[in-house]
Design a protein around this ligand. Structure first.
Ligand code: G4P
Length: 529
């Protein structure tokens, strides 16, 4: 196959949802279609169960599973599909945000009864900011839920999307008869008794055909006709270009658990979803069909075995062909590196590969050279953009609880920060270290991992802060900035890259500071230039 053919047959995407909407179940069903797994239940659930906070064995188990499910690849109708796993748990939201920098599109799963939930709102906001093409899958149609129009409305209102249904449900819950596949003009009937089977769907181009009444009953047939007519009036017609631009979102209905509506989703997905996209670097846009290899690290996973402290860096290939045993430039370190055993990911396993193409993810063994956001090239000096740090929401001082192990502690903290488990800030005034996290769970994970992987002990002290803002002075020499630096001295710190940050205890403080020092800009993400 030529490079262009390999490129064009790849689709790299993420499935996002609020926990419990059915992301794991849908992933599993997609893999079943690809023949990548043989039975349901093969993809392990990597959500943090309630009450797991203090159960460290559970955290370790979850970490193990999350390595296995980080990337799930399979082939379907000649298309190579890479699914990037995104944790649904809110304490791992930052991990999900970073993974979203490596996808070319997403599928959003929504529970028909619960509608749009909080975590979905946050994640979709990020996708919209980046103009990532989105397909919506409304799941659990075998249960009683909200009315289809109400749901579509809710999706538009809460997620700020412009939807166009490509399938429409006939009945719901006990009375669920199936869906009309608007995309393929097919009728798919649901049979609650034959769960897990693949329904092919029958061609049904004209829903005014009286046959429909015989198949689903007069009431449902009439309802469907009315609803489809209304849907056609209210919603814009599907247009692939508009979808690819991130301005129109097709919606499918189904039941992942019953494998209903999943094949329709997948068949449409491989036709419309984007091939590997260009990506912006600091000085130019890198097109996926350029022949020189470029890629970036979006995730780092520590080895589960504390005796071998090597890690796996996940690199998304942006352009060219990544080859085994070939020298590449690690731009940040200005260092040539080659990799003798790059891993490619398949359904549930990883294997050493010789070549990977744009859209693919390779796992590189790393002994501490990589940080999230690092760029690899064939020599060009570029840095991919778009992996900013977001402000953490929880802050604590971190102290050394075993003075004999200060070196181990420093190394452990350093490496865990490179992995992106949390963010470290060092106060300008006294050099004290502050850890900032998205969720409270991370503090326990850090403490546990420092002890078990680095032999170091830490203790925490509460710090009542609300947010960090990255500081950008209009002019570092002007009096206003000098004033700001003097007055706010106690609240200024440096992040891991040495950027200046301001620790604010409330939104009010941020507002006051901004109005008092208008020439000192405060940003909520680390990437603002
Ligand atoms: P998540 O990854 O988004 O967190 O969700 P997951 O797939 O684990 O699904 C959450 C629960 O919803 C699971 O039940 C799953 O079986 C169920 N589910 C998924 N799709 C459907 C569907 O189409 N219809 C119905 N009725 N249920 C669905 P659970 O009891 O929490 O877990 P399990 O014991 O079944 O694994």
């Amino acid at each position: 196959m030529t490079f262009t053919e390999e490129l064009n047959r790849r689709r790299t995407f993420g499935i996002i949802s609020h926990p419990d909407a059915g992301k794991t179940t849908l992933t599993e069903k997609l893999l079943l279609f690809g023949g990548a797994i043989n039975e349901a239940g093969a993809v392990k659930n990597n959500k943090i169960k309630k009450g797991a906070t203090s159960d460290f064995m559970e955290i370790e188990r979850q970490r193990g599973i999350s390595v296995a499910t980080s990337v799930l690849a399979f082939e379907y109708k000649g298309v190579k599909i890479n699914i990037l796993d995104t944790p649904g748990h809110k304490d791992f939201a930052e991990d999900t945000f970073r993974t979203l920098t490596a996808v070319d599109s997403v599928i959003v799963v929504i529970d028909v009864a619960k509608g749009v939930e909080e975590q979905t709102e946050k994640l979709v906001k990020v996708c919209r900011m980046r103009k990532i093409p989105i397909i919506v899958f409304i799941n659990k149609l075998d249960r009683e839920g909200k009315d289809a129009f109400d749901l579509l409305d809710e999706v538009e209102q809460k997620l700020g999307l412009t939807v166009t249904p490509l399938s429409f449900p006939i009945g719901m819950g006990y009375d669920f008869k199936g869906i009309y596949n608007i995309w393929e003009k097919k009728l798919n009937l649901f049979d609650g008794d034959v769960k897990q089977t693949i329904s092919e769907g029958v061609e049904f181009t004209d829903i005014n055909n009286p046959e429909l009444d015989k198949i689903v009953g007069e009431k449902h047939a009439n309802n469907l006709r009315e609803e489809l007519e209304l849907a056609m009036e209210v919603y814009p017609k599907f247009d692939k270009e508009t979808y690819l631009k991130g301005d129109l979102q097709p919606v499918f209905f189904g039941s992942a658990l019953n494998n209903f509506g999943v094949k329709e989703l997948l068949d449409c997905f491989i036709e419309i979803a984007p091939t590997p996209q260009a990506k912006m670097a600091d000085n130019r846009l890198i097109a996926s069909n350029e022949d020189k290899m470029t890629g970036f690290v979006f995730k780092i996973h520590a080895n589960m075995d504390p005796k071998h402290r090597d890690r796996l860096a996940f690199v998304k290939i942006v352009s060219g062909i990544f080859k085994r045993n070939t020298n590449y430039l690690h731009v940040r370190l200005n260092k040539k590196m080659k990799f003798s055993s790059p891993n490619a990911f398949f359904a549930e396993k990883k294997e050493i590969v010789n070549e990977s193409y744009p859209g693919d993810i390779v796992g590189l063994h790393d002994t501490g050279n990589f940080k999230i956001g690092d760029t690899l090239t064939e020599g060009e000096i570029i840095n991919f953009k778009g992996i900013p740090s977001f402000s953490p929401e929880h802050f604590r001082y971190i102290n050394n609880a075993d003075p004999m192990k200060s070196k181990q502690l420093a190394k452990g903290i350093d490496q865990l920060m490179d992995e992106g488990v949390a963010q470290l800030f060092i106060l300008n005034l006294n050099g004290r270290k502050v850890i900032g996290t998205v969720g409270a769970l991370q503090f326990e994970v850090i403490q546990y991992r420092l002890e078990h992987e680095y032999g170091a002990k830490c203790s925490y002290e509460n710090l009542n802060m609300h947010k960090v803002c990255w500081v950008e002075p209009e002019d570092a020499k002007n009096n206003e900035f000098k004033d700001f630096s003097r007055v706010k001295q106690r609240y200024l710190a440096k992040d891991k890259d040495g950027q200046l940050v301001f620790l604010a205890d409330s939104d009010f403080t941020i507002q006051m500071t901004q109005s008092k020092y208008p020439s000192v800009k405060l940003h909520f993400t680390s990437e603002f230039s």
